[in-house]
Design a protein around this ligand. Structure first.
Ligand code: SAM
Length: 236
């Protein structure tokens, strides 16, 4: 499923509680914010990959990957720059980066099944020089640091839906990002739960908006807007 608005008909998209704005923690908590959910998803996708060779969901669609790589190309990000994909899932974006020529790529995910699936996909593609690690981005165990580019496609969205204190988890996400990204490094986030303005607020401490990437517009009932936000921040 390659829907631009978040795959599986937008399954990672949040319901907003009547109680308040998302910055006040107003997303309705969901199983989509839990590791058990993602383990079950990637267990299933691993099985499907083994049986049929299908790599599974591409969150936000093929275009979302092209959009990010176009930006990296336009800004002449060196091919040996260190790139971290936060919550890599099936790792298909890692494959795209490697095919484009990036040679210093790391993918992390807190779901061991996701890392198993991405490992199998990379192996099938003959890509052996990509670092893969089971890592909880909110509780980093290893010495991950010094990345020039960090990518998030749907992971901050998922974390925002965690039923257990999502507000604190979002704050921890920003702290972890500050830790892994080098000074003046870039953070590219694609989200279907947060608007541009909300993301600017979430990442206001230590990060500056560098560029907004164009995403498809919707128009409905006299209103128009973007169902997906794609922003580039630079660490200050
Ligand atoms: C919506 S999926 C997106 C997957 C992938 N980025 C893509 O574009 O296909 C969200 C991913 O975030 C991962 N994830 C959620 N919370 C995480 C955390 N705290 N640390 C690492 N990975 C996490 C999930 O396991 C899942 O793979």
């Amino acid at each position: 499923m390659n829907a631009e608005a978040g795959g599986s008909g937008g399954v990672v998209a949040a319901g907003r509680s009547a109680a308040g704005s998302p910055t006040a923690g107003g997303f309705v908590p969901s199983a989509l914010g839990t590791r058990a959910h993602w383990d079950a998803v990637y267990d299933r996708e691993l099985q499907t990959f083994r049986e049929y060779g299908d790599t599974g969901e591409i969150w936000f669609g093929e275009e979302s990957m092209k959009r990010l790589i176009r930006w990296m190309q336009k800004h002449k990000i060196p091919l040996d720059a260190s790139v971290l994909d936060i919550g890599t899932g099936n790792g298909v974006f890692l494959v795209e980066l490697a095919k484009f020529g990036f040679s210093n790529i790391t993918g992390i995910d807190y779901s061991a099944s996701a890392i198993q699936l991405s490992g199998s996909i990379l192996e099938k593609e003959g890509l052996s020089n990509i670092n893969l690690k089971v890592e909880d981005f909110l509780n980093l165990s290893s010495k991950l640091s010094g990345f020039h580019v960090c990518i998030d496609k749907g992971t901050f969205d998922a974390i925002s839906l965690n039923p257990d204190n999502a507000v604190e988890k979002r704050k921890q996400y920003v702290r972890s990002l500050s830790r892994v990204l080098e000074a003046k490094g870039f953070f590219l986030i694609t989200s279907c739960n947060w608007t541009k303005e909300e993301l600017l607020d979430e990442f206001s401490e230590g990060f500056e908006l560098f560029e907004e990437l164009p995403t498809p517009k919707f128009s409905f009932g006299g209103r128009s807007g973007n169902s997906v936000a794609a922003l580039v921040f630079q660490k200050s």
